[in-house]
Design a binder for this molecule. Structure first.
Ligand code: ZJS
Ligand code: ZN
Length: 348
C-alpha cells in the first residue's frame, strides 16, 4: 500500500490505545537488536508476519518468545521504548498508550520493577527531547503466568502509578487467550480497579470465551481489546453485546492483527463494521505494529477503503478516540484543541 509521508492518513492526528511494546518493534530496530546478539541466530521471519502472510494465533505467539530473548537488558528496553515512541510520533500519533509485561531476566539481572522503570525513563526522555507525542503506560498481566503473578503485578502497578507522576494509568490483561481462565484474575483486576488503575482487558479474542467475558464484564473493564467473538453472529451472545453497549465500553479494534492472526477471515468480515454501525465507540489500533508489519495510519487507511469511510468519518473516528483514552481530563481537553488546530492542515 502506497503511503507517502504527506498522505491524509499520516497527517491525520491519531490516538493509539492498544500497542504492546515488544510487538511494536520496527524492522530497523529489530535489525539493530539482532546485530547486538548474533549468537541467537534470529531471522526477521521469526519476529514479523509480512504482507500477505498469515499465522495461527499459536504460531504468532512464538514470535514474542524470540523477541523477548532479543530484548533482555535495560539498555535494550530503553532503546526499544524510545524507538517505538519515535515511530508512532512520526506516523502522526499525538497520544499513545503503550502496554508491556514486566519481565525479569535472571541472566542479565533485570527485575520487573527495573523493566517498567526503564520504559518510563524512555517515555520521559522522549518528552524531554521534545517529541510531539504524549505517552502513558499500562502495566500488562500475562494470563500465562497465573493469578499470583497477576496480584504481584497489580501491586507493582499501584506503586508505580503513585511514583511515575501520572505516566502509569492502567492495567492490561493479555497473553495467549487459550491459556488460563479469566475467573482466576478477578481478584487482581478488582484490586487494580479499586486503587484507581483503569482496566483494558483482552476479551473474546477467540471463540468459546463467552462465560469468561460475561464474568469480566461485571468488573466492568474501562476498555475492551478485540472483542472479536462477542456478538451472536460469530458465536457470542446478545447478552454480551447488550452489556458492552449498556456500559458504553469502548472497543480497541486491530484489523491487521486479527486478519494476519487468522481470528477474522478477511478485512471486510472484521467486526469493526458490526460495532461501528451500532454507533458504539470503536478505536482503531495496531496491537503489534512490528509483528504484524503495520502502522496506525495504515490501519485507518484499511478501515476507510474496506468500509467506504469518508475523510470526514475518518476524522471523527480519530477524534473520538481521545475520549476513550485514559488521559486525565485536562490532557483530553488539550488534545481536543490540538485536533481543532491541526484540522486545516489535514484537509488542505
Ligand atoms: C500473536 C497474536 C495473534 C497476537 C495478537 N493478540 C494478542 N493477544 C494477547 N496478548 C498479546 C497479543 N499481542 C501481544 N500480546 C501480549 O504482549 C506480549 C508482548 O509484548 P510485551 O512483552 O508485553 O511488551 C506478549 O507476550 C503477549 O503477552
Ligand atoms: Zn493485544
Amino acid at each position: 500500500m502506497e503511503k507517502p509521508a504527506d498522505s491524509f492518513y499520516r497527517q491525520l492526528p491519531k490516538v493509539e490505545l492498544h500497542a504492546h511494546l515488544n510487538g511494536s518493534i520496527s524492522v530497523a530496530t529489530m535489525e539493530n537488536l539482532i546485530s547486538r546478539k548474533p549468537h541467537l541466530n534470529v531471522q526477521h521471519s521469526m519476529t514479523a508476519i509480512h504482507k500477505g502472510q498469515h499465522r495461527t494465533l499459536g504460531q504468532a505467539f512464538q514470535a514474542f518468545k524470540v523477541i523477548h530473548q532479543l530484548v533482555d537488558t535495560e539498555e535494550d528496553i530503553l532503546m526499544v521504548a524510545k524507538a517505538v515512541i519515535g515511530e508512532f510520533a512520526a506516523d502522526g500519533v499525538k497520544y499513545l498508550e503503550l502496554r508491556s509485561t514486566p519481565r525479569e531476566e535472571t541472566k542479565t539481572g533485570l527485575t520487573k520493577r527495573m523493566y517498567v522503570e526503564t520504559v518510563i525513563e524512555g517515555i520521559r526522555q522522549c518528552k524531554q527531547e521534545g517529541l510531539d507525542i504524549e505517552v502513558r503506560f499500562l502495566v500488562a498481566v500475562d494470563r500465562r503466568n497465573g493469578p499470583q503473578v497477576a496480584m504481584e503485578t497489580v501491586k507493582l502497578a499501584e506503586d508505580l502509578m503513585v511514583s511515575s507522576d501520572g505516566v502509569v494509568v492502567g492495567l492490561d490483561l493479555s497473553g495467549d487467550p487459550k491459556v488460563g481462565h479469566g475467573k482466576d484474575f478477578v481478584p487482581a483486576l478488582q484490586k487494580a480497579k479499586n486503587c484507581g488503575l483503569k482496566l483494558a482487558l483482552h476479551l473474546s479474542e477467540i471463540p468459546s470465551q463467552k462465560e469468561e467475558s460475561e464474568l469480566l464484564l461485571t468488573l466492568p473493564p474501562d476498555r475492551i481489546g478485540h472483542g472479536t467473538f462477542l456478538h451472536p453472529e460469530v458465536g457470542g451472545s446478545q447478552s454480551l453485546v447488550d452489556k458492552v453497549r449498556e456500559k458504553n465500553i469502548p472497543l480497541e479494534l486491530c484489523l491487521t492483527s486479527n486478519v494476519k492472526g487468522l481470528s477474522v477471515p478477511s478485512y471486510d468480515k472484521h467486526h469493526f463494521l458490526y460495532w461501528y454501525q451500532l454507533g458504539h465507540p470503536c478505536v482503531l489500533c495496531t496491537d503489534d505494529k512490528g509483528v504484524f508489519s503495520t502502522e496506525l495510519s495504515q490501519e485507518y487507511q484499511l478501515a476507510a477503503s474496506t468500509f467506504g469511510l469518508s475523510q470526514e468519518a475518518v476524522w471523527t473516528l480519530s477524534q473520538q478516540a481521545i475520549s476513550c483514552s485514559f488521559a486525565p481530563g485536562p490532557l483530553k481537553e488539550a488534545l481536543s484543541q490540538r485536533w481543532v488546530s491541526l484540522r486545516p492542515q489535514v484537509f488542505r
